[in-house]
Design a protein around this ligand. Sequence first.
Ligand code: UTP
Length: 287
Amino acid sequence: MKPIRKAVFPVAGLGTRFLPATKAIPKEMLPVVDRPLIQYAVDEAREAGIEQMIFVTGRGKSAIEDHFDIAFELEKTMSERGKDLSVLEPTRLGPGNCAYVRQQEPLGLGHAIWCARDIVGEEPFAIFLPDEFMHGTPGCMKQMVDAYTQVGGNLISVLEIPHEQVSSYGVITPGAQDGALTEVRGLVEKPKVEDAPSNLIVSGRYILQPEVMRVLQRQEKGAGGEIQLTDAMAEMIGSQAFHAVTFDGARYDCGSKAGYIQANLAVALERPDIADEVRAFAIDLLK
Ligand code: UTP
């Protein structure tokens, strides 16, 4: 079984739900407390043993490249003033550890992944949607890589939501269940509530075999006129092993305003330097 060495971060979306904040900065650079969303996703990938980060970017996303580069003037000035540079350590991605590819038009998540095909090559790879903030120990991708070493094939992370909300998400048809692992028998993107096969939704982390690129190559459009990753994955079910992992942790949809505020509050209440102050303020505010 080939190890998971590469991760694709599709960050070329328009982020329209977060305008005007995301007019000039990418949604993935919005901070949860003091780290941008994209940093949490990269840290989660590293924890899972992934070595190469592949960013699928678009116009207006250069802040992501700057974030993972050396900030020469900043670092020089900080050193001269005797300031601690260790806070910048996780932001360093050397040339061998990252690659950037452009998606020229936002034709959908499936198309964004396909843009990375030459860098991914013929090996299984991980996908992270950085606006889905997965918070837990071990991280979501580490839990998935551990499951991958048992069952191989393709894996997606899933979570249960109220049935009436399923039409905004990719939904699985579940098969046999074994602990946190569920066999995936089918997948559908944004079904009508009455047609949804379950209330288990795909939640932003994937381990896929390279064959998915050949399905995406056909550029077939699905829900919303976009090239959907869910449709390409659905085609692979039956010819390859396909499992869902129920993440043991919390998930915040940071592409939505309420989810983003919740993530900030949850993380702030865990940070020793600010937790007491934030808790006292929140209690006071809710009175
Ligand atoms: P979203 O559905 O969250 O879309 O994309 P979005 O454009 O980012 O945000 P809204 O809905 O307009 O507010 C899910 C993921 O797929 C990426 C996004 O960057 C996000 O990580 N994506 C989506 C692309 O990279 N390219 C696309 O064409 C579409």
